[in-house]
Design a protein around this ligand. Structure first.
Ligand code: TRP
Ligand code: SF4
Length: 540
Protein backbone atom coordinates (compact mmCIF):
# COMPACT_ATOMS: atom_id res chain seq x y z
CA UNK A 1 0.00 0.00 0.00
CA UNK A 2 1.17 3.47 -0.65
CA UNK A 3 0.07 6.45 1.26
CA UNK A 4 -1.02 9.54 -0.57
CA UNK A 5 1.06 11.99 1.38
CA UNK A 6 -0.89 14.96 0.11
CA UNK A 7 -4.11 13.52 1.32
CA UNK A 8 -6.34 16.25 2.62
CA UNK A 9 -7.18 16.74 6.22
CA UNK A 10 -4.12 14.95 7.43
CA UNK A 11 -2.80 16.61 10.46
CA UNK A 12 0.90 16.39 11.27
CA UNK A 13 0.37 15.51 14.86
CA UNK A 14 -2.58 13.24 14.50
CA UNK A 15 -2.52 11.66 11.10
CA UNK A 16 -5.64 9.68 10.67
CA UNK A 17 -4.11 6.73 8.91
CA UNK A 18 -7.11 6.84 6.69
CA UNK A 19 -5.62 5.55 3.50
CA UNK A 20 -7.99 2.98 2.17
CA UNK A 21 -6.38 1.85 -1.02
CA UNK A 22 -7.80 -1.46 -2.06
CA UNK A 23 -5.79 -3.52 -4.47
CA UNK A 24 -6.68 -2.65 -8.02
CA UNK A 25 -8.58 0.48 -7.14
CA UNK A 26 -7.15 3.21 -9.25
CA UNK A 27 -10.19 5.24 -9.95
CA UNK A 28 -12.88 6.94 -7.98
CA UNK A 29 -16.27 5.42 -8.44
CA UNK A 30 -19.06 6.78 -6.37
CA UNK A 31 -21.57 4.01 -6.66
CA UNK A 32 -24.09 3.76 -3.84
CA UNK A 33 -24.75 0.09 -4.57
CA UNK A 34 -21.39 -1.03 -5.86
CA UNK A 35 -18.23 -1.64 -3.93
CA UNK A 36 -16.92 1.85 -3.64
CA UNK A 37 -13.28 2.26 -2.94
CA UNK A 38 -11.50 5.53 -2.87
CA UNK A 39 -7.92 5.27 -4.05
CA UNK A 40 -7.26 8.95 -3.87
CA UNK A 41 -9.34 11.28 -1.79
CA UNK A 42 -8.00 14.27 -3.69
CA UNK A 43 -10.05 13.28 -6.69
CA UNK A 44 -13.20 13.70 -4.70
CA UNK A 45 -12.37 17.35 -4.32
CA UNK A 46 -11.22 17.87 -7.86
CA UNK A 47 -13.76 15.80 -9.75
CA UNK A 48 -16.82 15.96 -7.59
CA UNK A 49 -16.52 19.29 -5.86
CA UNK A 50 -16.61 17.91 -2.33
CA UNK A 51 -14.93 20.46 -0.09
CA UNK A 52 -12.20 19.86 2.46
CA UNK A 53 -13.49 19.59 5.98
CA UNK A 54 -10.30 20.81 7.64
CA UNK A 55 -10.91 24.38 6.60
CA UNK A 56 -14.11 24.44 8.62
CA UNK A 57 -12.65 23.29 11.91
CA UNK A 58 -12.25 26.79 13.36
CA UNK A 59 -15.96 27.44 12.77
CA UNK A 60 -17.11 24.42 14.74
CA UNK A 61 -17.48 24.63 18.50
CA UNK A 62 -15.49 21.75 20.03
CA UNK A 63 -15.23 19.55 16.94
CA UNK A 64 -15.72 15.80 17.32
CA UNK A 65 -12.57 13.68 17.40
CA UNK A 66 -13.47 12.22 14.01
CA UNK A 67 -13.34 15.78 12.71
CA UNK A 68 -10.14 16.63 14.56
CA UNK A 69 -8.40 13.51 13.25
CA UNK A 70 -9.41 14.01 9.63
CA UNK A 71 -11.59 10.88 9.55
CA UNK A 72 -14.36 13.23 8.50
CA UNK A 73 -12.48 14.63 5.55
CA UNK A 74 -15.02 16.35 3.32
CA UNK A 75 -18.34 18.13 3.19
CA UNK A 76 -20.86 19.86 1.03
CA UNK A 77 -22.17 23.14 2.35
CA UNK A 78 -21.68 22.34 6.05
CA UNK A 79 -21.26 26.03 6.97
CA UNK A 80 -24.96 26.76 7.57
CA UNK A 81 -25.09 23.80 9.97
CA UNK A 82 -22.01 24.99 11.85
CA UNK A 83 -23.48 28.49 12.02
CA UNK A 84 -26.80 27.21 13.36
CA UNK A 85 -24.93 25.23 15.98
CA UNK A 86 -22.95 28.27 17.07
CA UNK A 87 -25.99 30.52 17.18
CA UNK A 88 -28.34 28.07 18.83
CA UNK A 89 -30.64 28.04 15.85
CA UNK A 90 -32.58 25.01 14.61
CA UNK A 91 -30.72 22.44 12.55
CA UNK A 92 -31.05 18.74 11.94
CA UNK A 93 -28.95 15.64 11.38
CA UNK A 94 -30.13 12.51 9.62
CA UNK A 95 -28.62 9.33 8.32
CA UNK A 96 -29.92 5.98 7.20
CA UNK A 97 -28.84 2.37 7.38
CA UNK A 98 -29.60 -0.50 5.10
CA UNK A 99 -30.26 -3.46 7.37
CA UNK A 100 -28.33 -5.96 5.27
CA UNK A 101 -26.14 -7.49 7.99
CA UNK A 102 -24.74 -6.80 11.42
CA UNK A 103 -23.91 -3.22 12.33
CA UNK A 104 -20.11 -2.98 12.49
CA UNK A 105 -17.45 -0.51 13.56
CA UNK A 106 -17.78 1.34 10.25
CA UNK A 107 -21.43 2.09 11.04
CA UNK A 108 -20.39 3.24 14.49
CA UNK A 109 -18.73 6.27 12.88
CA UNK A 110 -22.09 7.37 11.52
CA UNK A 111 -23.98 6.54 14.74
CA UNK A 112 -21.48 8.72 16.60
CA UNK A 113 -21.86 11.56 14.09
CA UNK A 114 -25.64 11.57 14.50
CA UNK A 115 -25.41 11.46 18.27
CA UNK A 116 -22.81 14.22 18.43
CA UNK A 117 -25.01 16.55 16.39
CA UNK A 118 -27.96 15.64 18.57
CA UNK A 119 -25.97 16.55 21.67
CA UNK A 120 -25.14 19.88 20.04
CA UNK A 121 -28.83 20.69 19.80
CA UNK A 122 -29.76 19.23 16.43
CA UNK A 123 -33.02 17.45 15.69
CA UNK A 124 -31.72 13.96 15.11
CA UNK A 125 -33.07 11.23 12.84
CA UNK A 126 -31.92 7.68 12.33
CA UNK A 127 -33.73 5.64 9.76
CA UNK A 128 -33.78 2.08 8.60
CA UNK A 129 -33.63 1.91 4.82
CA UNK A 130 -35.68 -1.24 4.62
CA UNK A 131 -37.33 -0.45 1.29
CA UNK A 132 -33.89 -0.03 -0.21
CA UNK A 133 -32.60 -3.25 1.39
CA UNK A 134 -35.61 -5.15 0.06
CA UNK A 135 -35.53 -3.73 -3.46
CA UNK A 136 -31.84 -3.14 -4.13
CA UNK A 137 -30.41 -5.99 -2.09
CA UNK A 138 -33.22 -8.51 -2.13
CA UNK A 139 -33.38 -9.14 1.62
CA UNK A 140 -36.48 -10.82 3.00
CA UNK A 141 -38.63 -8.98 5.50
CA UNK A 142 -37.67 -11.41 8.26
CA UNK A 143 -34.00 -10.71 7.73
CA UNK A 144 -34.71 -7.03 7.60
CA UNK A 145 -36.61 -7.09 10.90
CA UNK A 146 -33.79 -8.82 12.67
CA UNK A 147 -31.04 -6.54 11.39
CA UNK A 148 -33.14 -3.42 11.96
CA UNK A 149 -33.43 -4.27 15.63
CA UNK A 150 -29.65 -4.64 15.82
CA UNK A 151 -28.94 -1.29 14.20
CA UNK A 152 -31.39 0.49 16.43
CA UNK A 153 -30.08 -1.14 19.60
CA UNK A 154 -26.53 -0.06 18.81
CA UNK A 155 -27.62 3.46 17.98
CA UNK A 156 -29.46 3.70 21.30
CA UNK A 157 -26.61 2.05 23.21
CA UNK A 158 -24.19 4.65 21.88
CA UNK A 159 -26.35 7.45 23.21
CA UNK A 160 -29.04 8.39 20.70
CA UNK A 161 -31.88 10.02 22.61
CA UNK A 162 -35.16 8.78 21.12
CA UNK A 163 -37.27 11.18 23.15
CA UNK A 164 -35.59 14.12 21.48
CA UNK A 165 -34.90 12.47 18.15
CA UNK A 166 -36.81 10.26 15.77
CA UNK A 167 -36.17 6.74 14.57
CA UNK A 168 -38.18 5.28 11.73
CA UNK A 169 -38.40 2.57 9.12
CA UNK A 170 -38.97 3.78 5.56
CA UNK A 171 -41.68 1.18 5.03
CA UNK A 172 -43.68 2.43 8.00
CA UNK A 173 -43.55 6.12 7.41
CA UNK A 174 -46.51 7.37 5.44
CA UNK A 175 -45.47 11.01 5.53
CA UNK A 176 -42.11 10.06 4.11
CA UNK A 177 -43.65 8.10 1.27
CA UNK A 178 -45.96 10.97 0.41
CA UNK A 179 -42.97 13.27 0.22
CA UNK A 180 -41.15 10.72 -1.95
CA UNK A 181 -44.09 10.73 -4.33
CA UNK A 182 -44.03 14.51 -4.61
CA UNK A 183 -40.27 14.55 -5.18
CA UNK A 184 -40.60 11.89 -7.85
CA UNK A 185 -42.50 14.42 -9.93
CA UNK A 186 -39.32 16.46 -10.22
CA UNK A 187 -37.03 13.58 -11.24
CA UNK A 188 -37.21 11.55 -14.41
CA UNK A 189 -35.73 8.35 -15.72
CA UNK A 190 -32.97 9.91 -17.86
CA UNK A 191 -31.70 11.70 -14.84
CA UNK A 192 -31.54 8.55 -12.70
CA UNK A 193 -29.86 6.84 -15.62
CA UNK A 194 -27.21 9.55 -15.82
CA UNK A 195 -26.58 9.64 -12.08
CA UNK A 196 -26.78 5.98 -11.14
CA UNK A 197 -26.26 4.15 -14.40
CA UNK A 198 -29.78 2.70 -14.30
CA UNK A 199 -30.87 0.99 -17.48
CA UNK A 200 -33.82 -0.81 -18.96
CA UNK A 201 -33.31 -3.73 -16.58
CA UNK A 202 -33.47 -1.64 -13.42
CA UNK A 203 -36.60 -2.48 -11.52
CA UNK A 204 -39.09 0.18 -10.63
CA UNK A 205 -38.87 -0.46 -6.89
CA UNK A 206 -35.16 0.22 -6.94
CA UNK A 207 -35.90 3.56 -8.57
CA UNK A 208 -38.55 4.14 -5.96
CA UNK A 209 -35.98 3.51 -3.25
CA UNK A 210 -33.99 6.41 -4.68
CA UNK A 211 -36.85 8.87 -4.38
CA UNK A 212 -37.48 7.45 -0.92
CA UNK A 213 -33.93 8.31 0.05
CA UNK A 214 -34.43 11.80 -1.36
CA UNK A 215 -37.45 12.07 0.91
CA UNK A 216 -35.42 10.79 3.88
CA UNK A 217 -32.88 13.52 3.32
CA UNK A 218 -35.50 16.26 3.20
CA UNK A 219 -37.80 14.78 5.84
CA UNK A 220 -36.31 16.76 8.77
CA UNK A 221 -37.49 19.93 7.04
CA UNK A 222 -41.13 18.95 6.81
CA UNK A 223 -42.10 20.89 9.92
CA UNK A 224 -39.93 23.86 8.99
CA UNK A 225 -36.99 24.53 6.67
CA UNK A 226 -33.67 24.22 8.50
CA UNK A 227 -30.04 23.45 7.77
CA UNK A 228 -29.65 19.66 7.79
CA UNK A 229 -26.50 17.59 7.71
CA UNK A 230 -26.38 14.07 6.31
CA UNK A 231 -23.32 12.16 7.58
CA UNK A 232 -22.42 9.43 5.08
CA UNK A 233 -19.57 7.74 3.26
CA UNK A 234 -18.50 9.35 -0.01
CA UNK A 235 -20.24 6.56 -1.97
CA UNK A 236 -23.52 8.28 -1.06
CA UNK A 237 -22.52 11.58 -2.63
CA UNK A 238 -24.58 11.05 -5.81
CA UNK A 239 -27.66 10.89 -3.57
CA UNK A 240 -26.66 14.09 -1.83
CA UNK A 241 -26.22 15.94 -5.10
CA UNK A 242 -29.59 14.82 -6.38
CA UNK A 243 -31.28 15.72 -3.09
CA UNK A 244 -29.77 19.20 -3.23
CA UNK A 245 -31.06 19.61 -6.77
CA UNK A 246 -34.53 18.41 -5.91
CA UNK A 247 -34.68 20.66 -2.88
CA UNK A 248 -34.09 23.60 -5.21
CA UNK A 249 -36.48 22.40 -7.88
CA UNK A 250 -39.31 22.21 -5.35
CA UNK A 251 -38.98 25.88 -4.49
CA UNK A 252 -41.72 28.36 -5.45
CA UNK A 253 -39.38 31.23 -6.27
CA UNK A 254 -35.86 31.63 -7.44
CA UNK A 255 -34.04 34.66 -6.10
CA UNK A 256 -31.38 36.08 -8.39
CA UNK A 257 -29.46 39.23 -9.02
CA UNK A 258 -30.58 41.12 -12.14
CA UNK A 259 -29.81 44.39 -13.90
CA UNK A 260 -32.69 44.90 -16.32
CA UNK A 261 -36.08 43.39 -17.07
CA UNK A 262 -34.77 40.53 -19.21
CA UNK A 263 -33.56 37.15 -17.96
CA UNK A 264 -29.90 36.24 -17.92
CA UNK A 265 -28.01 33.05 -17.20
CA UNK A 266 -25.08 32.83 -14.80
CA UNK A 267 -22.40 33.62 -17.37
CA UNK A 268 -24.39 36.56 -18.71
CA UNK A 269 -25.02 37.81 -15.20
CA UNK A 270 -21.29 37.82 -14.56
CA UNK A 271 -20.84 40.19 -17.52
CA UNK A 272 -23.74 42.38 -16.45
CA UNK A 273 -22.16 42.76 -13.03
CA UNK A 274 -18.87 43.73 -14.64
CA UNK A 275 -20.64 46.31 -16.83
CA UNK A 276 -22.47 47.73 -13.83
CA UNK A 277 -19.27 48.10 -11.81
CA UNK A 278 -17.62 50.09 -14.59
CA UNK A 279 -20.62 52.13 -15.76
CA UNK A 280 -21.90 53.16 -12.36
CA UNK A 281 -18.56 54.79 -11.72
CA UNK A 282 -18.44 56.50 -15.09
CA UNK A 283 -21.98 57.80 -14.71
CA UNK A 284 -21.41 59.09 -11.22
CA UNK A 285 -18.68 61.33 -12.59
CA UNK A 286 -21.08 62.99 -14.96
CA UNK A 287 -22.68 66.38 -14.27
CA UNK A 288 -26.07 65.87 -15.80
CA UNK A 289 -28.16 62.74 -16.02
CA UNK A 290 -26.48 59.85 -14.22
CA UNK A 291 -28.85 57.20 -15.51
CA UNK A 292 -27.14 54.21 -17.04
CA UNK A 293 -29.16 52.58 -19.80
CA UNK A 294 -29.06 49.11 -21.28
CA UNK A 295 -27.63 50.38 -24.50
CA UNK A 296 -24.64 51.81 -22.61
CA UNK A 297 -23.99 48.43 -21.11
CA UNK A 298 -24.22 46.95 -24.60
CA UNK A 299 -21.66 49.45 -25.87
CA UNK A 300 -19.39 48.68 -22.96
CA UNK A 301 -19.57 44.92 -23.31
CA UNK A 302 -19.30 44.96 -27.10
CA UNK A 303 -16.49 47.47 -27.58
CA UNK A 304 -15.10 48.51 -24.21
CA UNK A 305 -15.25 51.63 -22.11
CA UNK A 306 -14.28 54.06 -24.86
CA UNK A 307 -17.36 53.12 -26.89
CA UNK A 308 -19.75 54.23 -24.18
CA UNK A 309 -21.64 57.33 -25.30
CA UNK A 310 -23.73 58.93 -22.57
CA UNK A 311 -24.42 62.06 -24.64
CA UNK A 312 -26.22 60.66 -27.66
CA UNK A 313 -30.02 60.87 -27.62
CA UNK A 314 -30.39 57.64 -29.48
CA UNK A 315 -27.18 55.77 -28.81
CA UNK A 316 -26.63 52.76 -30.99
CA UNK A 317 -24.39 49.78 -30.89
CA UNK A 318 -23.11 47.39 -33.50
CA UNK A 319 -23.26 43.90 -32.23
CA UNK A 320 -19.81 42.58 -33.03
CA UNK A 321 -19.43 39.29 -34.82
CA UNK A 322 -18.50 37.22 -31.82
CA UNK A 323 -19.32 33.57 -32.16
CA UNK A 324 -22.06 32.16 -29.92
CA UNK A 325 -21.02 33.26 -26.47
CA UNK A 326 -22.45 34.75 -23.33
CA UNK A 327 -21.04 38.09 -24.38
CA UNK A 328 -22.73 38.04 -27.79
CA UNK A 329 -26.07 36.99 -26.36
CA UNK A 330 -26.05 39.48 -23.52
CA UNK A 331 -25.09 42.33 -25.85
CA UNK A 332 -28.09 41.47 -28.04
CA UNK A 333 -30.40 41.45 -25.05
CA UNK A 334 -29.06 44.80 -23.85
CA UNK A 335 -29.36 46.27 -27.31
CA UNK A 336 -32.99 45.34 -27.62
CA UNK A 337 -33.72 46.66 -24.13
CA UNK A 338 -32.31 49.96 -25.48
CA UNK A 339 -33.10 52.97 -23.30
CA UNK A 340 -34.40 50.92 -20.38
CA UNK A 341 -32.51 51.89 -17.23
CA UNK A 342 -29.72 49.51 -16.28
CA UNK A 343 -29.69 49.06 -12.50
CA UNK A 344 -28.98 46.29 -10.03
CA UNK A 345 -31.98 44.69 -8.38
CA UNK A 346 -32.99 41.51 -6.62
CA UNK A 347 -35.33 39.37 -8.69
CA UNK A 348 -37.93 36.92 -7.47
CA UNK A 349 -38.55 34.60 -10.32
CA UNK A 350 -41.82 32.68 -10.18
CA UNK A 351 -40.70 29.10 -10.63
CA UNK A 352 -43.82 27.21 -9.64
CA UNK A 353 -45.72 29.30 -7.16
CA UNK A 354 -49.48 29.34 -6.97
CA UNK A 355 -51.11 32.58 -8.14
CA UNK A 356 -51.99 33.49 -4.57
CA UNK A 357 -48.43 32.92 -3.43
CA UNK A 358 -47.07 35.12 -6.22
CA UNK A 359 -49.58 37.86 -5.36
CA UNK A 360 -48.67 37.57 -1.69
CA UNK A 361 -45.01 37.87 -2.52
CA UNK A 362 -45.59 41.00 -4.58
CA UNK A 363 -47.43 42.53 -1.62
CA UNK A 364 -44.71 41.52 0.78
CA UNK A 365 -41.87 43.15 -1.13
CA UNK A 366 -41.30 46.47 0.57
CA UNK A 367 -39.78 49.56 -1.01
CA UNK A 368 -39.34 50.20 -4.68
CA UNK A 369 -40.37 47.30 -6.88
CA UNK A 370 -41.45 46.48 -10.41
CA UNK A 371 -43.82 43.70 -11.28
CA UNK A 372 -43.45 41.76 -14.53
CA UNK A 373 -45.16 38.76 -16.07
CA UNK A 374 -43.22 35.99 -14.33
CA UNK A 375 -41.14 37.89 -11.85
CA UNK A 376 -40.98 40.81 -9.48
CA UNK A 377 -37.89 42.99 -9.03
CA UNK A 378 -37.02 44.68 -5.78
CA UNK A 379 -34.64 47.63 -5.72
CA UNK A 380 -34.28 47.84 -1.96
CA UNK A 381 -34.00 44.28 -0.69
CA UNK A 382 -30.58 42.67 -0.27
CA UNK A 383 -30.28 39.12 -1.60
CA UNK A 384 -30.23 37.51 1.82
CA UNK A 385 -33.35 39.26 3.03
CA UNK A 386 -34.98 38.43 -0.29
CA UNK A 387 -34.20 34.72 0.15
CA UNK A 388 -35.72 34.81 3.57
CA UNK A 389 -38.85 36.53 2.34
CA UNK A 390 -39.28 34.13 -0.57
CA UNK A 391 -39.01 31.16 1.78
CA UNK A 392 -41.45 32.66 4.25
CA UNK A 393 -44.09 33.36 1.62
CA UNK A 394 -43.63 29.87 0.21
CA UNK A 395 -44.05 28.21 3.60
CA UNK A 396 -47.08 30.36 4.38
CA UNK A 397 -48.67 29.17 1.16
CA UNK A 398 -48.22 25.47 1.61
CA UNK A 399 -44.76 25.05 0.07
CA UNK A 400 -41.82 23.30 1.71
CA UNK A 401 -39.23 26.07 1.39
CA UNK A 402 -36.43 23.49 1.51
CA UNK A 403 -32.88 24.52 2.30
CA UNK A 404 -30.45 22.40 0.23
CA UNK A 405 -29.21 19.67 2.58
CA UNK A 406 -25.54 19.57 3.62
CA UNK A 407 -23.34 16.52 4.00
CA UNK A 408 -20.18 15.38 5.73
CA UNK A 409 -18.07 12.46 4.50
CA UNK A 410 -15.94 10.09 6.50
CA UNK A 411 -13.14 7.92 5.24
CA UNK A 412 -13.79 4.26 4.68
CA UNK A 413 -12.03 2.11 7.26
CA UNK A 414 -9.35 -0.25 6.08
CA UNK A 415 -10.15 -3.91 6.57
CA UNK A 416 -8.31 -5.66 9.41
CA UNK A 417 -6.91 -8.04 6.83
CA UNK A 418 -5.82 -5.17 4.56
CA UNK A 419 -7.84 -3.91 1.61
CA UNK A 420 -11.46 -2.95 1.96
CA UNK A 421 -13.46 -3.51 5.09
CA UNK A 422 -16.29 -5.68 3.90
CA UNK A 423 -19.40 -6.99 5.62
CA UNK A 424 -19.10 -10.20 3.67
CA UNK A 425 -15.57 -10.94 4.96
CA UNK A 426 -15.98 -11.43 8.74
CA UNK A 427 -12.24 -11.26 9.48
CA UNK A 428 -12.01 -7.88 7.74
CA UNK A 429 -14.34 -6.11 10.14
CA UNK A 430 -15.52 -6.18 13.70
CA UNK A 431 -19.23 -6.47 14.17
CA UNK A 432 -20.73 -4.63 17.09
CA UNK A 433 -22.28 -8.00 17.93
CA UNK A 434 -19.00 -9.94 17.89
CA UNK A 435 -18.28 -11.72 21.11
CA UNK A 436 -15.67 -9.59 22.93
CA UNK A 437 -13.20 -12.49 22.75
CA UNK A 438 -13.73 -12.77 19.00
CA UNK A 439 -13.09 -9.05 18.70
CA UNK A 440 -9.93 -9.48 20.73
CA UNK A 441 -8.75 -12.27 18.44
CA UNK A 442 -9.54 -10.35 15.25
CA UNK A 443 -7.42 -7.44 16.39
CA UNK A 444 -4.63 -9.78 17.41
CA UNK A 445 -4.53 -11.27 13.92
CA UNK A 446 -4.89 -7.99 12.03
CA UNK A 447 -2.42 -6.87 9.41
CA UNK A 448 -0.10 -4.10 10.63
CA UNK A 449 2.17 -1.46 9.24
CA UNK A 450 5.06 -3.13 11.06
CA UNK A 451 8.46 -4.01 9.66
CA UNK A 452 9.87 -7.47 8.96
CA UNK A 453 11.86 -7.69 12.19
CA UNK A 454 11.91 -6.00 15.55
CA UNK A 455 15.34 -4.53 14.84
CA UNK A 456 14.13 -2.99 11.64
CA UNK A 457 11.11 -1.61 13.42
CA UNK A 458 13.28 -0.02 16.10
CA UNK A 459 15.48 1.46 13.45
CA UNK A 460 12.93 2.69 10.90
CA UNK A 461 9.79 2.94 12.95
CA UNK A 462 6.48 1.38 11.97
CA UNK A 463 4.19 2.65 9.24
CA UNK A 464 1.29 3.85 11.32
CA UNK A 465 -0.20 5.62 8.30
CA UNK A 466 -0.67 2.26 6.62
CA UNK A 467 -1.68 0.32 9.66
CA UNK A 468 -5.24 -0.91 10.22
CA UNK A 469 -4.45 -1.24 13.93
CA UNK A 470 -3.46 2.40 14.20
CA UNK A 471 -6.68 3.21 12.41
CA UNK A 472 -8.60 1.35 15.09
CA UNK A 473 -7.04 3.60 17.69
CA UNK A 474 -7.72 6.78 15.74
CA UNK A 475 -11.27 5.94 14.61
CA UNK A 476 -12.53 4.23 17.73
CA UNK A 477 -10.32 2.97 20.54
CA UNK A 478 -8.69 6.25 21.56
CA UNK A 479 -12.14 7.76 21.69
CA UNK A 480 -11.90 11.39 22.76
CA UNK A 481 -8.39 10.95 24.10
CA UNK A 482 -6.15 12.68 21.58
CA UNK A 483 -3.22 12.01 23.89
CA UNK A 484 -3.53 8.27 23.37
CA UNK A 485 -3.88 8.56 19.59
CA UNK A 486 -0.81 10.78 19.38
CA UNK A 487 1.17 8.56 21.70
CA UNK A 488 0.50 5.44 19.64
CA UNK A 489 1.36 7.24 16.44
CA UNK A 490 4.54 8.84 17.63
CA UNK A 491 5.83 5.79 19.46
CA UNK A 492 5.12 3.73 16.37
CA UNK A 493 6.85 5.91 13.81
CA UNK A 494 9.63 6.62 16.27
CA UNK A 495 10.40 2.92 16.61
CA UNK A 496 9.61 2.74 20.32
CA UNK A 497 6.48 0.69 19.84
CA UNK A 498 6.42 -2.86 18.55
CA UNK A 499 3.41 -4.43 16.93
CA UNK A 500 2.98 -7.29 19.39
CA UNK A 501 2.41 -5.03 22.36
CA UNK A 502 0.55 -2.47 20.32
CA UNK A 503 -1.93 -5.06 19.11
CA UNK A 504 -2.30 -6.52 22.58
CA UNK A 505 -3.26 -3.08 23.91
CA UNK A 506 -5.66 -2.50 21.01
CA UNK A 507 -7.19 -5.95 21.35
CA UNK A 508 -7.84 -5.40 25.05
CA UNK A 509 -9.42 -2.05 24.38
CA UNK A 510 -11.58 -3.63 21.71
CA UNK A 511 -12.67 -6.40 24.05
CA UNK A 512 -13.58 -3.81 26.64
CA UNK A 513 -15.42 -1.67 24.13
CA UNK A 514 -17.47 -4.60 22.83
CA UNK A 515 -18.33 -5.88 26.29
CA UNK A 516 -19.44 -2.45 27.38
CA UNK A 517 -21.34 -1.76 24.16
CA UNK A 518 -23.17 -5.06 24.36
CA UNK A 519 -24.15 -4.45 27.93
CA UNK A 520 -25.61 -1.12 26.89
CA UNK A 521 -27.41 -2.80 24.01
CA UNK A 522 -29.12 -5.10 26.50
CA UNK A 523 -30.18 -2.12 28.55
CA UNK A 524 -31.50 -0.42 25.41
CA UNK A 525 -33.90 -3.27 24.67
CA UNK A 526 -36.48 -1.93 27.02
CA UNK A 527 -36.19 1.54 25.55
CA UNK A 528 -36.58 0.16 22.05
CA UNK A 529 -39.66 -1.83 23.02
CA UNK A 530 -41.33 1.34 24.25
CA UNK A 531 -40.75 3.13 20.98
CA UNK A 532 -43.33 3.12 18.30
CA UNK A 533 -41.33 1.06 15.82
CA UNK A 534 -42.78 -2.11 14.42
CA UNK A 535 -40.03 -4.71 14.20
CA UNK A 536 -42.28 -7.59 13.20
CA UNK A 537 -43.31 -6.90 9.66
CA UNK A 538 -46.31 -8.84 8.57
CA UNK A 539 -45.13 -8.60 5.00
CA UNK A 540 -43.76 -11.80 3.53
N1 TRP B 1 -28.47 4.39 0.84
C1 TRP B 1 -27.94 4.33 2.18
C2 TRP B 1 -26.99 3.14 2.29
O1 TRP B 1 -26.78 2.47 1.35
C3 TRP B 1 -29.02 4.25 3.22
C4 TRP B 1 -29.90 5.46 3.27
C5 TRP B 1 -31.23 5.51 2.97
C6 TRP B 1 -29.53 6.78 3.67
N2 TRP B 1 -31.73 6.75 3.18
C7 TRP B 1 -30.72 7.55 3.62
C8 TRP B 1 -28.33 7.36 4.08
C9 TRP B 1 -30.72 8.91 3.94
C10 TRP B 1 -28.34 8.71 4.41
C11 TRP B 1 -29.53 9.46 4.34
O2 TRP B 1 -26.44 2.88 3.32
FE1 SF4 C 1 0.58 -0.56 13.68
FE2 SF4 C 1 1.03 -0.47 16.26
FE3 SF4 C 1 2.63 -1.87 14.64
FE4 SF4 C 1 2.64 0.76 14.58
S1 SF4 C 1 3.26 -0.54 16.27
S2 SF4 C 1 2.61 -0.60 12.83
S3 SF4 C 1 0.52 1.23 14.98
S4 SF4 C 1 0.49 -2.27 15.07
Amino acid sequence: MTRDTDAPSTDDVLPDGGDTVAEGADDVALDPWGSSTVADYRKLFEEFGIEEFDELLPEIPKPHYLMRRGVIFGHRDYRPVAAAMRNDEPFAVLSGFMPTGDPHIGHKLVFDEIIWHQQRGGDAYGLIADLEAHSARGLTWDEIDEHSRDYLLSLLALGFDPEEGELYRQSDNRELQDLAFELGIEANYSELQAIYGFDGETDVSHMQSVVTQMADILYPQLDEPKPTVIPVGPDQDPHIRLARDLATRMRFFKVTEAYASFEADDAERELLREAWDALSELAADRDGDTTVRCVHAAQYLAHGESAVDFEADRPSVDVPEIEESARASVVKKLQSAGMEPFRPRTRFFDRQATDEAFEALIDAVEGEKRVYEGHVDSFDLAPEAAEELARQVEVDHGGYGFIPPSSIYHRFMTGLTGGKMSSSVPASHISLLDDPEVGYDKVKSATTGGRETAEEQRELGGEADDCPVYELYAYLLANDDDGLATEVYEECVGGERLCGGCKEQAAELMREFLADHQEKREEARELLAELDIDLDSDRA
